[in-house]
Design a protein around this ligand. Structure first.
Ligand SMILES: [Zn+2]
Length: 383
């Protein structure tokens, strides 16, 4: 396919690129002819989308099904306050078209899964992964290996980030680095652990840089290296990642089709629900009624210290999950114990630990403090 020509408007727009020997007219035409699949229009997807659109990547496929929430705005700079409540896809497309109307942004309002991933990946030159969960990360990786397309990876947590390029012709893939996902609940999400707002800006910008280098064939890419970013110490270092001949995706090639990643990664609603011990839940309204009736309940907040000053429930004592095991012996056996956290995940984990220690009168507050605020007391701030 011949490379597309630039219009006179594009000569002006991309003038600073055209001056670079590594880009030049041919490189800019190459960017215009490129098709990039962006998975996610959130924290990482924001700088990725903004910079790829501004740089003149001709076709951006965008996979996103979420809605803009107020808590996104601290880092997801694609979206604005006026977009709260809108589909992220619509909000992102509006913004990217404003940045550069020459770019065709094609939206896919779906959750990437085994039924659609391969087809979407095959229709693009490369994939840039801006997701925040293991199921989609492994899925994206495997689809890229099967389709033979590079996968520009990034991830973030608190003040730390990672980036690499996987699935190039000779390079390793994500499974070469992490053959197995961590057990469910082992790695807290950013919604639980927090993240510095600029961190996805930093890591997503690195991903966008790698995308442009791949498309231009310029410089030395991150394939075979994992970049580790620590924003607190402001240090950047790279470690070698080798292609693993035993990797089931790119080594032995025993993965010939996409699997059920919810099962593989132990996503709570699928695998964990059937394998982990069930935990009894109590609804906020029910708990409120029992407390109002004067029931003697040991109400325990398992959130970590910084969260305690944001919102709390009256009468609760604090036993952070990080020190929970050591505190188990001190729990009463002669009354009901109700555990809560922000959303219900950590309190379920704590409830399982008590059950394993022989406690039977244990409940986890369904939906945590957020649902308490919704159902019972809007005076409790949501964070
Ligand atoms: Zn591999």
């Amino acid at each position: 396919m011949p490379l597309p020509e630039l219009t006179s408007e594009e000569y002006q727009r991309y003038g600073r690129h055209l001056l670079l020997p590594e880009v030049g007219l041919e490189g800019q035409r190459r960017l215009k002819g490129a098709r990039v699949l962006m998975v996610g229009a959130g924290g990482l997807g924001s700088p990725i989308g903004l910079y790829l659109a501004a740089a003149g990547v001709g076709h951006l496929g965008l996979v996103e099904f979420d809605t803009v929430d107020r808590s996104n705005l601290q880092r997801q700079v694609l979206h604005g306050t006026k977009d709260v409540g809108r589909p992220k896809l619509a909000s992102a497309i509006d913004r990217l078209r404003d940045v550069n109307p020459n770019v065709r942004v094609e939206g896919h309002e779906v959750r990437l899964d085994r039924s659609n991933a391969l087809e979407l990946v095959k229709a693009h030159d490369l994939v840039v992964d801006g997701t925040d969960n293991f199921a989609t990360r492994y899925l994206t990786n495997d689809a890229c290996v099967l389709a033979g397309k590079p996968n520009v990876y990034g991830s973030i947590f608190r003040f730390e980030g990672q980036a690499s390029v996987f699935c190039t012709a000779d390079g390793p893939c994500y499974r070469c680095l992490y053959p197995e996902p961590p057990p469910p609940g082992m790695v807290p999400s950013c919604a639980e652990g927090g993240v510095l707002g600029v961190l996805p800006g930093l890591v997503g910008t690195i991903q966008a840089t790698e995308v442009l280098k791949l498309l231009l064939g310029a410089g030395e890419g991150l394939a075979g290296r994992l970049l580790l970013v620590d924003a607190l110490s402001m240090s950047f270092r790279t470690v070698k990642v080798r292609k693993d001949p035993r990797c089931p995706a790119c080594g032995t090639r025993e993965i010939r089709e996409l699997v059920d990643y919810d099962q593989f990664c132990g996503v709570p609603h699928a695998a964990a629900a059937s394998t982990a011990a069930p935990v009894a839940e109590i609804l906020p309204a029910e708990l409120q009624a029992r407390l109002a009736a004067g029931d003697r309940i040991d109400l325990v907040d398992v959130r970590e210290p910084p969260e305690l000053e944001l919102a709390c429930l009256e009468g609760a004592r604090s036993v952070p999950l990080s020190g929970f095991e050591a505190a188990i012996a001190g729990f009463p056996r002669d009354r009901d114990i109700v555990l809560f956290c922000k959303m219900g995940g950590r309190s379920a984990k704590a409830a399982r630990a008590l059950q394993a220690a022989g406690y039977t009168r244990v409940w986890s507050l369904a939906g945590g403090i957020l649902r308490w605020s919704e159902d019972v007391d809007p005076g409790v701030p949501q964070y």
